[in-house]
Ligand binder design. Structure first.
Ligand SMILES: [Cu+2]
Length: 272
């Protein structure tokens, strides 16, 4: 019991150092009618307020480290996509950041799970690193194949709800895992992608969709239960990001504190 109390406090300490950062792996549409080529943007920002776009892989010495891994899993087969990535500058509403893009031929029916493992990012304000291991998936033609797979990532949210078929007003559930083990009482930040993404020009739209009535609504915080499981009610259609802070075991990098987070993106649709 004592151990649990200590780890809860430790998680809270990490939370304040990594507030509202979200690694995005973005494509406009996750539930595709048929096979097609889709754009993918890998951007590290704050999706609700869009007040800061981070340079992915920024180190304490000011250098940029390239992304560590980017791959897709389809019918249990892993395909490397890192070699296809192009470096881009992505323009947010207050600054620009170093990011990546590619296109992917989502031809085969079923689920295509994208995984990005960025190099740790140095957050100067907190003198600490953040590494957000991120999952996003698309489905072609409706038949499920891989969506609930556990991929054995160092930090991972395993979905219990199909991330591409969620009605607005329903819920999303998942299990937070670190090195394959559930993370009890994991702290999870939840943010809404509050702007359109201009995939042609690699920039955020200028108009926010919703306003936060108070600061605590910008980055919502929920906690997993004792088995690492959580459920969140999705109020509106669009993309929602979940970041389980410090879910991974690694807590040091380059002689500094590291928060190794598990991120997943889900897309809800309006009933109409
Ligand atoms: Cu930031």
């Amino acid at each position: 019991m004592r151990k649990i109390i200590i780890s809860t406090i430790a998680a809270a300490a990490v939370a304040s150092s990594a507030f509202g950062h979200f690694q995005m792996v973005y494509t406009p549409e996750s539930a595709l009618e048929k096979g097609t080529t889709i754009p993918l943007k890998i951007v590290f920002n704050h999706p609700f307020a869009d007040e800061h776009t981070m340079d992915m892989g920024l180190q304490a010495n000011g250098k940029i480290k390239p992304i560590e891994e980017f791959f897709v899993v389809h019918k249990e087969e892993k395909t490397d996509l890192k070699k296809d990535l192009k470096e881009i500058t992505f323009k947010g509403n207050s600054n620009s950041g170093k990011a990546y893009e590619t296109e992917y031929k989502a031809r085969k029916m079923g689920d295509h799970i994208f995984v990005a493992v960025p190099a740790p990012y140095y957050e100067k304000n907190e003198d600490a690193y953040i590494q957000q291991i991120t999952k996003m998936m698309v489905n072609v033609a409706g038949a499920p194949t891989d969506w609930d797979a556990e991929l054995g990532l160092k930090a991972e949210i395993v979905p219990l709800t199909k991330p591409y078929s969620i009605w607005a007003g329903s819920t999303f559930s998942g299990i937070v895992k670190g090195d394959g083990k559930p993370v009890p009482f994991a702290e999870i930040e939840v943010e809404y992608l509050n702007y359109d993404v201009d995939v042609k020009n690699n920039k955020m739209g200028e108009k926010a969709h919703f306003e936060a009535p108070q600061d605590s609504f910008v980055t919502l915080t929920i906690k997993a239960d004792e088995n690492g499981k959580f459920t969140f009610g999705i109020p509106k259609a669009g993309w929602w990001g979940f970041a389980a802070l410090g879910a991974g075991k690694a807590d040091k990098y380059d002689g500094k504190e590291l928060s190794q987070d598990a991120v997943i993106w889900v897309q809800a649709k309006e009933m109409k």
